[in-house]
Design a protein around this ligand. Sequence first.
Ligand code: G1P
Ligand code: ZN
Length: 543
Amino acid sequence: MNIRTIATEPFDDQKPGTSGLRKPVPTFQKPNYLENFIQSIFDSQENYQGQRLVLGGDGRYYNRTAIQTILKMAAANGVGRVLVGQGGLLSTPAASCLIRKYQAFGGIILSASHNPGGTDGDFGVKFNIPNGGPAPAEVTETIFARSQEIREYYILDADEINLDQPGETQIGNMTVEVVDSVADYADLMASIFDFDAIGNLLSGGFRMVMDALHAVTGPYAKEILENRLQAPNGTVRNGEPLEDFGGGHPDPNLVYARELVETMYGNNPPAFGAASDGDGDRNMILGDHFFVTPSDSLAILAANATLVPGYAQGITGVARSMPTSQAVDRVAKQLGIDCYETPTGWKFFGNLLDAGKVTLCGEESFGTGSNHVREKDGLWAILFWLNIIAKRGQSVEEIVKDHWQTYGRTYYSRHDYEGVDKDSANTLMENLRSGLSNLPGKVFHGYEVTLADDFSYRDPIDGSTAEKQGIRIVFKDGSRLVFRLSGTGTHGATLRVYLERYEPDSSKQNQDSQTALGDLIAIADEIAQIKTMTGRDEPSVIT
Ligand code: G1P
Ligand code: ZN
């Protein structure tokens, strides 16, 4: 067994963002770039020698190459056993499931989520901790600090592992176990949802389509929907994971999941349409000519949770990221449970879930999940909706409209300005920040500002704090504007503007959301000078 020690120099750009380290593929291909970051992960961990690690990715370009390198480095660093998904594939929620089920000390997930893939696309590395969730800031900061001092890394001389054949191989003192990527996750889903009811629905003429966007969820969706739940073959579209996602942008929203949107808004559409992202943690839910806003989706899942066997006893609490609409708050209030508001990013939900404070959580960015794993989970959300539909016997639109009648409608939209100049975006945010104290009391288009701040969060479990998590401007009637810069983009800056307005009157709940939010859109531009500062007349993506 020959472990080599390789001399290296730090790269100054290895600070993880909202969700791991994401860079263009050519950056990861620089000599030692991946190795430095992986070694920094191992160096930041204690007592993992001889323990289990979970490894897999969303199948994008560079996934297999990176896995071979990481396996040799894991062996050199004393890991006992690596569970790697067959073909190198593991969706983010499936990786979380394996870490928890097999008590691994952590997991390395190779993904840049919804960012495009391929030789010119993005690649990414995320590290998850023993609870199955994303490493909290304290851990990612240690990893980053280590990456700034690194001088050497360790790698075993070993042959490439056959990732396509399930079974065990020994490299050095470490066992590599290639595991079925889907089985454990599918079992977990079967233990939560009413598979009999969903199976009857799907085999009984209810038409649905699931677009996997040539990303990692394809094999999961085929096994669960078509095999276990007997939906007709072809229910899962674009189900074969491709290294470049077929040239697409694997982000399940109205812009990037165009084919699905055309189907659902076309002639005689199926009753239910869904999509998931690159690594399988996001979801989009559509009905016949109907789009479910992710913030509403979270609220509806919470309100209907007891229809699902896994949550039949009720939910203990809910959490949402700050920019997510307050629709779920109203459900929590009615149920008499707590609702937590956290900064953007799934890592902030981990402590609340571990402590049993919340059962469901979600973000406006097409992410919903529960305490079944410690990641958001696309297929889980899709199955949740199918479970609700099977039990209520209503269409997607009817379920949503019933919800609005009971709780009021929260008009909501996010406007993204992608790839804008970094300096201009930073100046826009700085200008906003410095003007915050002047806003309360001011009236714009009839909306009076009652609160304007830069969101900060104190974790109620461990007391850690996170500052500057987004600027929020709250108006007297509860309407809100939120401004943030993305922490996942890799080109320039992305400005995200979140708009929200509450409408309790059911006779006014059928407006188009951009129309209903028209005043707030104008106010956002007035306050932040978006057009002037970004040089853009309109957002690149509206969700
Ligand atoms: C985006 C979303 C955020 C999500 C993250 C990872 O981060 O806004 O809700 O947790 O992707 O999927 P952002 O680019 O806004 O930092
Ligand atoms: Zn994702």
